[in-house]
Each structure stands twice: as C-alpha cells, then as structure tokens.
Design a protein around this ligand. Structure first.
Ligand SMILES: [Zn+2]
Length: 192
C-alpha cells in the first residue's frame, strides 16, 4: 500500500479542480477495490489517529476527501457526511472563531493550535448524488448542511488541503519557520 504524502511534498500545494459528473462516478463511494477513493479509505484506516484524508494526501488530484465514519459514531453531523465527500465547498461561515489543537496525517506526530470558524454551511456531493433526471440527463444533487464543532473543523481542514494549503499555513510566520527547522532535523535523523 502507498504512503500518505508528507509535507513539504509539492503535491500538497496543488489546487484540485472540481470533479465532473463522470469523475464523481469514477471516485465512487470508497467501496470498490482498486479505485482511488478505496485506496484513500484504506490508507486512512491504517492510520489509527486519522479522522479524514484529502485525495492529494493519497497522491491524487481529484477533489474529494474521505472520512473515517467509525469515528463519527454517535455524532449526528459526522454520521450525515458520506465516507467520500466530493467537491466540498464552504458557502458561509461564522464570524466567531475557535482555536483548538489539530493534527494532520501529512505531519505525523505534530499538533498545532489552529483558529477555525465555529460553524460552516457546506455543500458537497457523493457518488449516489449522481442520477438521471426526467429528460435523461445526468445531474448532480449537492447536499447542504450546517456543521458545528468537530466536523466543522474537519471539513475546513480537508477543504483547505484540496485548495493546496495545509494547516500550518494558518500559523504565524515565525511558527512556520520553527516547523520548517524541526522538519529539516527530522529529515536528517530519520528520513522523514
Ligand atoms: Zn491534513
């Protein structure tokens, strides 16, 4: 199995363009062995502390992220999200921000406090949103949802990945320099 793409790999800097209907079909629901969403879901499952993974962290330029639905157990908002979230979009966000500790599979063992909106109104699609309408054309239905707390944070973190950013981009310049130094040391010591 492949590995999670680690910072500062340039693939994490790529902006993933919106998926077409055909691509949403191709991405599927993460249950077809061999497809990229399946690989992303498997990759996430092997990382016990990961809640979600963006496609570019699995080496794909497709605009989706996968969540570990088992970690949404009992959480209403989390369990309303599909395993594979295509074309995630934030359409509105709270002015209120909250700072909490965050981790990222592309930065193993590193955690930083990041300010995020306390709630976000989101839109997204998933494979079974693609259907044929009455005039025989394939269309996509976008889901609308308000997320708060933990899943609002996850959605913001993952959507940011698909826009070519990572959570350290939210940190002050000085802190980012410290992180770059720490990564250099790790790289020399253990081939990060
Ligand atoms: Zn991440």
């Amino acid at each position: 199995m492949k590995n999670v793409v680690r910072y500062p790999d340039l693939r994490l800097r790529k902006v993933s363009p919106p998926l077409t209907i055909e691509e949403i079909h191709a991405v599927g629901d993460g249950r077809v062995p061999g497809d990229i969403a399946y690989e992303a879901v498997q990759l996430l499952a092997t990382k016990g502390d990961g809640v979600a993974i963006a496609a570019n962290q699995a080496g794909s330029e497709l605009r989706f992220f996968a969540i570990d639905r088992q970690k949404a157990d009992g959480d209403v908002e989390g369990s309303q999200l599909p395993t594979v979230v295509c074309n995630p979009t934030i359409v509105n966000a709270s002015t209120e921000m909250i700072e909490e500790l965050e981790g990222c599979l592309s930065f193993p063992g590193m955690f930083f406090k990041v300010k995020r909106h306390t709630w976000v109104d989101v839109q997204f699609s998933y494979s079974s949103d693609v259907y044929v309408n009455t005039i025989g054309r394939q269309v996509i239905k976008a889901n609308d949802m308000r997320l708060t707390g933990f899943w609002a944070r996850v959605f913001q973190h993952e959507t940011e990945h698909l826009d070519g950013k990572t959570f350290v981009d939210n940190l002050p310049h000085k802190k980012r320099m410290q992180i770059a130094n720490e990564l250099r040391i790790r790289l020399q010591k253990m081939g990060w």
